[in-house]
Design a protein around this ligand. Structure first.
Ligand code: MN
Length: 128
């Protein structure tokens, strides 16, 4: 039996956040939330999640800067971050990877595709 994996979802849109939280919980993940890039810092430091899903378009501190700060911290720097963006532009992917994101996915979320990326970064089989 694998240990429960803890995901921090950083998303400012209530509907998107609630829907994705429910879908991840149904897949057996423990999910914490933050609603902006600043809150993401405090929650990540307090909970040390196994993985972070980071919306890029966020209030207070955007997802790129929030990721840079998390990756610069010895406490949170090793936590994998998957960037989520509504923009399927090639430049966005590069920008996310430059900021330190480990992977990148576009909205609307296709859950099987996102779960595949999560499993790859967590080193789990992702079978169910
Ligand atoms: Mn957003």
């Amino acid at each position: 039996m694998a240990a429960t994996m803890k995901i921090l979802l950083v998303e400012d849109n209530d509907n998107n956040r609630d829907m994705l939280v429910r879908r991840l919980q149904r897949r057996g993940f423990e999910v914490s939330i933050a609603v902006d890039g600043e809150e993401a810092q405090s929650v990540a430091h307090a909970e040390i999640p196994d993985l972070i899903l980071m919306d890029m378009s966020l209030p207070v501190i955007d997802g790129w800067e929030a990721t840079r700060r998390l990756k610069a911290s010895p406490t949170t720097g090793r936590i994998p971050v998957i960037a989520l963006t509504a923009h399927a532009m090639a430049g966005d992917r590069d920008k996310a990877l430059e900021a330190g994101c480990d992977d990148y996915d576009t909205k609307p979320i296709e859950l099987p595709r996102l779960l595949g990326k999560i499993s790859a970064l967590l080193g789990t089989a992702g079978s169910d």
